[in-house]
Design a protein around this ligand. Structure first.
Ligand SMILES: [Ca+2]
Length: 327
């Protein structure tokens, strides 16, 4: 184990220990807020021009929120920052609300992106598949209730070098770094997510209960993301729908003593995560075959029959030998 790994693990442990009770303290951070990556109310000034951000698709801007999709079928919208992030360490807080008429059926969710390309539509919550960078996915609809044992909404992270596909049929479980179950839908207050990327440690926390404190969702070590990528948010609806609203996006620069050369050097990094689950082929569900219990009982039956035959054989030969001896 290298010294660097040990320090990373220590930092991750510290982050994990402190994260569940970390109090939201935007005010402390205000001096580090970078306006070129930030989006705060009121959104509607003169016309519908958002400083530093572009929007596309069905996105609708109001003064209080930006609606990526309305609660209607087959809608898709996105919002992209147009300044590349030239910081090595950062934290973003996204205020959002996902709500709609559906009580049992609703979807599909939204994603927060840090990617090489921007403004590219596609099948992954309204954005491009085979992306290069990081996706934080807030998936409200469970496409797949099979082997993955979690409920939806589900929050997960995926790091991609451009060569892997997000598999909706498996809710991305084949390529996710980590994830947690979350409850954010149809609540009266604004819900928040925090994504912190510092010294190659990705920590995702949420405030979904209006408690003004962060609860850790996951911490992943050894995640390498380049500088110079773009933030975005996108959402989509299909047969099922929801309003996917963004209330705020705040970027905090947490760099300390990072040289300009280091920032430039990191533009060449290819996104990767050491603890990444190896990508697997998409496979259809196996046909219902023999369960383990069935196999066990068949084996048990075979063993019992074999034992019975053996006992019978032993007693038969014993009997015959005994007869031989005495008669
Ligand atoms: Ca899904």
């Amino acid at each position: 184990m290298t010294g660097k790994l040990t320090i990373n693990r220590l930092l991750a442990l510290l982050a994990l220990l402190s994260a569940p009770f970390r109090v939201l303290c935007d005010d402390d951070h205000d001096q580090y807020v970078k306006r070129e990556h930030t989006l705060v109310r009121p959104f509607q000034g003169v016309g519908v021009i958002l400083p530093h951000w572009d929007f596309m698709g069905n996105t609708m801007i109001t003064s209080n929120y930006i609606r990526l999709t309305p609660d209607l079928q087959s809608k898709s919208g996105a919002l992209w920052n147009y300044s590349p992030v030239m910081g090595r360490n950062w934290e973003v807080h996204v205020g959002f609300k996902v709500h709609g008429k559906g009580t049992e059926l609703f979807g599909d969710g939204f994603a927060i992106w840090y990617t090489k390309e921007r403004m590219k539509t596609g099948p992954v919550f309204g954005s491009k598949d085979f992306f290069s960078g990081l996706a934080i996915i807030l998936d409200t609809y469970s496409n797949h209730n099979g082997p993955h044992n979690h409920q939806h909404p589900y929050l997960s992270a995926m790091v991609n070098n451009g060569s892997w596909s997000y598999d909706h049929d498996r809710d991305g479980t084949h390529t996710q770094l980590a994830g947690c179950e979350v409850r954010f839908r149809n609540v009266d207050y604004e819900t928040l997510i925090s994504i912190r990327y510092e010294n190659d440690i990705l920590s995702v926390s949420t405030d979904l209960e209006n408690r003004n404190e962060w609860k850790s969702c996951f911490v992943v070590n050894n995640v390498e993301l380049p500088t110079g990528y773009y933030f975005g948010m996108s959402a989509t609806t299909g047969d099922l729908s929801d309003n996917h609203d963004i209330h705020s996006f705040k970027f905090f620069d947490v760099d300390s003593n990072i040289s300009h050369d280091e920032i430039i050097r990191r533009t060449n990094i290819i996104p990767n995560a050491k603890t990444f689950e190896p990508p697997r082929e998409h496979k259809d569900d196996p046909k219902p075959g023999m369960s383990n219990a069935k196999i066990f009982f068949i084996l048990l039956f075979v063993v019992v029959v074999a034992a019975a035959v053996a006992i019978f054989a032993i007693s038969y030969f014993k009997d015959r030998n005994a007869r031989k001896r005495f008669y």
